[in-house]
Design a protein around this ligand. Structure first.
Ligand SMILES: [Zn+2]
Length: 254
């Protein structure tokens, strides 16, 4: 392919609207092949849209909080570590520690304890300042971990709440992002295959993940993460992706 002339003789890819050479038989951006069958599908999709039949929204959904189970687990562990730092005086030598959690205190202060037994007077005189600065550092670290963990979880929840899937007969629209909000489209006729994944916990909580495989090179796999009523979503997308392909005698190329 002659890329030197491609900026003079270009056309827009009918599938992704990127600039490509006029003589291209395959888009280098989205990987679509310009076979008559594939082009016919685009024409029909555009025709349906101009008639207004593609505007109807079939389903609007978003990921449930169950998509964040792993994040919540990590956050919980971090908060436990922070609470431990805030309440257990690990800087105190074993013996003067009031903590009931003897095993942890012992392992942390055993070296100090030996020093204290060997040289009790020196230890008592010199460790006061060290202990109080260690105590400050411990509490500061604990509070810092709490703050970072809560901020991180809040961001995760906010990003999740901003993610939205909208399904029309022609395409799947998904919007996501925090500061630069992105809206992407996935045309129904680009869907090759679908799968639904549900863990036992998903079944109990009524959620599931629907995975859609597409001919799109940049987005070959699209996931509806932990949505409510995944069966309904699966059926709708399946029906309309088959409808979009119908009559075209389409050969899917991967
Ligand atoms: Zn393209």
């Amino acid at each position: 392919m002659n890329y030197q002339t491609s900026n003079v003789y270009t056309k827009l890819c009918p599938f992704c609207a990127e600039q490509i050479p006029v003589q291209a038989v395959k888009c280098r951006y989205c990987g679509e092949l310009f076979t008559p069958e594939r082009l016919k599908l685009v024409e029909r999709a555009l025709a349906a849209e101009s008639q207004g039949t593609g505007e109807q929204t079939l389903l609007v959904t978003s990921p449930s909080l169950w998509a964040l189970v792993n994040s919540f687990t990590t956050g919980f562990i971090a908060l436990c570590a922070a609470i431990f730092l805030l309440i257990v005086p690990i800087e105190k030598p074993f013996g003067s520690s009031k903590s009931s959690d003897g095993t942890v205190s012992q392992s942390n202060s055993s070296s100090i304890n030996i020093a204290a037994n060997q040289n009790p007077l020196q230890q008592q005189a010199g460790s006061g300042g060290f202990q109080s600065s260690m105590r400050k550092f411990r509490i500061l670290l604990g509070l810092l971990i709490v703050l970072i963990t809560l901020l991180w979880l809040a961001t995760k929840i906010y990003v999740l709440r901003m993610t939205r899937y909208e399904i029309t007969p022609q395409r799947i629209e998904y919007s996501r992002g925090l500061f630069d909000r992105k809206v992407d489209n996935l045309d129904m006729f680009r869907i090759i295959d679908m799968k639904m994944r549900r863990t036992p916990l998903d079944c109990m909580t009524g959620v599931g993940t629907v995975i859609v495989y597409t001919t799109d090179k940049t987005d070959p796999e699209f996931r509806f993460e932990k949505v409510h009523n995944p069966g309904q979503l699966y059926d709708i997308v399946k029906k309309y992706s088959l409808d979009a392909d119908r009559g075209g005698s389409v050969v899917h190329i991967e």
